[in-house]
Design a protein. Structure first.
Length: 74
């Protein structure tokens, strides 16, 4: 019963609802290409949002993928 009451309160409260916003361009994923696309769209006068589900911007470029080749001699 407590869980049901809590869910009802959350659904009816303002905290349970996000403010609706409208954008011209939505970029999902902050890889190097995603960041570049969002910046360019913004420079072109479009309202732009960049959404990243992870904790860091830059994708594999900033995630340490470049370090996988350190010490490898081809």
């Amino acid at each position: 019963m407590r869980l049901v009451s809590l869910l009802v309160v959350l659904l009816l409260s303002p905290l349970g609802r996000a403010a609706e916003q409208t954008y011209d361009v939505i970029v999902y994923g902050s890889t190097s290409g995603g960041v570049a696309a969002a910046v360019q769209a913004s420079r072109m006068g479009k309202s732009t949002v960049l959404i990243e589900p992870g904790r860091h911007l830059g994708g594999l470029s900033s995630g340490g993928l470049g370090a996988t080749d350190i010490g490898n001699k081809a």
